[in-house]
Design a protein around this ligand. Structure first.
Ligand code: ZN
Length: 156
């Protein structure tokens, strides 16, 4: 099994990675979002093994991997790994006026732009509206949220 992990360290997150058992050079494929504790990750690993017959077919190895939070690409959602988008101060005000639940807004703005996950906060960004709120994508496009919806992976 994997080496002992540093558990409950607030500077670490955990994820599940699948590796081809017969090809040690293979790259581990990350198959989960991030977990705050090793316990959570181990629970998810048990469920994943059952669901996917990992132990039975023995073609793959599932590892719980610890990653320093500082090494996380800040451009990805901690919950679902989607690429974050940004909204302006004004858009945030407009959104907040509707009093939605917002779960992924960044703690602070960078030059007046707030990071937010388009998948986790799709409702706050207006997925139910004919016209959603304007968002800035990582390649610099400022588009209406509705234009981004087809690019989002709601089913992974
Ligand atoms: Zn997300």
């Amino acid at each position: 099994m994997s080496k002992k992990l540093k558990t409950h360290h607030q500077n670490f997150v955990f994820y599940l990675a699948l590796r081809d058992l017969f090809d040690w050079g293979s790259k581990a494929v990350r198959v989960s979002g991030y977990f705050d504790s090793e316990e959570e990750a181990q629970d998810a690993a048990r469920a994943y093994r059952l669901e996917n017959n990992i132990d039975k077919n023995s073609l793959s190895r599932l590892d719980v991997v610890a990653q320093a939070k500082d090494d996380l690409p800040s451009s990805l959602c901690m919950t679902c790994d989607s690429q974050l988008v940004e909204i302006s101060n004004q858009t945030l005000k407009d959104i907040k006026a509707l009093k939605p639940n917002i779960s992924t807004l960044s703690a602070k703005a960078t030059k007046g732009w707030w990071k937010i996950c388009p998948l986790c906060d799709a409702y706050a960004l207006g997925i139910e509206f004919e016209e959603g709120f304007p968002v800035r994508t990582q390649d610099g496009r400022i588009i209406n949220f509705q234009e981004l919806v087809p690019e989002l992976d709601f089913y992974s």
